[in-house]
Design a protein around this ligand. Structure first.
Ligand SMILES: Nc1nc2c(ncn2[C@@H]2O[C@H](COP(=O)(O)OP(=O)(O)OP(=O)(O)O)[C@@H](O)[C@H]2O)c(=O)[nH]1
Length: 344
């Protein structure tokens, strides 16, 4: 049983005190209009003013507080049902009490609670009707209408506010889920597909408005050896460190993704080749400085290929291929370097 469910009664307590007090105002107006005797006034004090505190004590001292609070909620329904015949079926307050109590059950989110509460409410109303046989007095005076308003307004406001909160929470969580779906969990960089999507958009912007951009492919050198010599845990730490370095080395407008196992890709929109080369050199030297805990002798380098977006790149694949070709030149040239393929 979750801690939250066990402590829900504390959250319900002030709402019950407030709601029952407004219900008490409504019931009192009917009792006043119908010139009820003291026993009914005593029942009103017990059910509307004392009951919320008794419910708190009941849940607080129960072994299973969630179960006790569920029972309290059913007692709320029994009270609402009882007041229908006790108010001689006065239409407006009766409907209001029944509706508010039922909506409250639905809004607890406890599965089937409102359905279980209905027979309790109807049963109590029926029993008291059979016992007391009250003569119906359907009409509500202006005083009763006025005394219904606080409960009606407060309940509508409370329901709207809680739906508003719920909608905002769901929207926030959806946004977070979408972010997580786009991210590579290991490095905090974009996953390959979302990165590719953004690269396509950048390529389209270039075709539409000639907006310059550079792309770099980054591959860790001899990473298989890192794994073989120092173990996969050390390899994983290197991958994580490279992810962090990329995030810290690029400009806010750039975006970096994990392209494959030990291969990363960065797009720098509105960057000239010189700007991109400066970023690439920064990344290269920061990767050289990586040190892994427990493996002080481990040294890491990377090779980087950079390509400027050109009209000859008919789609994003051409652009990536050119950066890849530059990366292979860098590997062939002895690794740990940044290369650009000079356009033919
Ligand atoms: N520890 C770890 N290893 C990975 C991960 N992803 C890929 N690898 C390993 O990275 C290695 C990549 O090796 P290769 O692409 O063959 O090349 P390399 O050893 O880096 O050599 P060069 O690229 O030619 O310098 C493979 O052995 C993969 O198993 C990962 O997330 N963690």
């Amino acid at each position: 049983m979750s801690l939250n469910r066990q402590h829900a009664f504390r959250k319900i307590y002030p709402l019950r005190v407030f709601g029952m007090a407004l219900g008490g105002l409504l019931v009192s107006s009917v009792l006043y209009e119908q010139q009820a005797g003291w026993p009914l006034w005593a029942v009103m004090v017990l059910t509307c003013l004392l009951w919320p505190h008794l419910a708190l004590l009941h849940a607080h001292f129960a072994r299973d507080r969630h179960r006790a609070e569920s029972l309290n909620l059913l007692v709320d329904s029994a009270i609402a049902g009882a007041w229908v015949p006790l108010m001689h079926f006065c239409l407006l307050p009766s409907v209001l009490l029944v509706m508010v109590t039922t909506f409250d059950k639905i809004s607890t989110g406890i599965r089937g609670l409102w359905l279980r509460s209905l027979p309790v409410m109807v049963g109590t109303a029926l029993l008291l009707t059979l016992w007391l046989r009250p003569a119906p007095q359907w009409d509500a005076s202006l005083l009763v209408v006025l005394c219904s308003l606080p409960l009606l307004i407060a309940h509508t406001l409370a329901v709207s506010m809680s739906s508003h909160r719920l909608i905002r929470t769901v929207a926030r969580q959806n946004h977070l889920l979408e972010e997580l779906r786009r991210m590579d969990a290991h490095t905090g960089l974009l996953g390959r597909e979302p990165w590719m999507q953004m690269a396509v958009e950048c390529h389209e912007a270039f075709r539409a408005s000639g907006q310059a951009a550079c792309l770099m492919m980054i591959d860790i050198d001899h990473f298989k050896l890192v794994n073989d010599r120092h173990g996969h845990t050390a390899g994983d730490e290197v991958i994580r460190a490279v992810g962090l370095i990329l995030r810290q080395s690029i400009r806010p407008s750039d975006f970096a993704g994990r392209y494959g196992g030990d291969e990363f890709a960065v797009v720098c929109p509105q960057a000239r080749l010189d700007d991109a080369l400066a970023i690439a050199e920064r990344i290269k030297s920061r990767i050289e400085a990586i040190r892994v805990r427990h493996v002080p002798e481990l040294r890491v380098t990377c090779s980087i290929g950079v390509a400027l977006l050109r009209p000859g790149h008919t789609d994003v694949r051409d652009w990536i291929n050119e950066a890849d070709a530059a990366l292979y030149h860098s590997k062939d040239g002895g690794r740990n370097q940044v290369r650009v393929v000079e356009p033919a």
